[in-house]
Design a protein. Structure first.
Length: 82
């Protein structure tokens, strides 16, 4: 059917809080619907390390909008202490 797409989500790293990961996925999906986006058909390159992932999250306006800057910094600090 024209207009239908497929999105495949692989499981995040086991060290992430699954509630945060799925919250971000749902919010990303809702943002895509609001902006009338369609799946591009290209694979997205995921970060290779936890440090790289945290750095990308820290720079992301989308992540800060969903989680708030304060929460994100507290989460990053807690993860880095482990």
């Amino acid at each position: 059917d024209k207009g239908r797409g497929r999105v495949e989500v692989t499981s995040p790293d086991s060290r992430i809080n699954p509630y945060l990961a799925y919250s971000l996925l749902v919010c990303a999906g809702m943002e895509g619907i609001r902006q009338r986006m369609t799946p591009a058909g290209a694979r997205i390159q995921l970060p290779k390390t936890l440090s790289e992932a945290l750095g990308l999250a820290e720079k992301s306006g989308f992540v800060k909008n969903v989680l708030t800057e304060e929460f994100l910094q507290a989460y990053i600090s807690a993860v880095m202490e482990k």
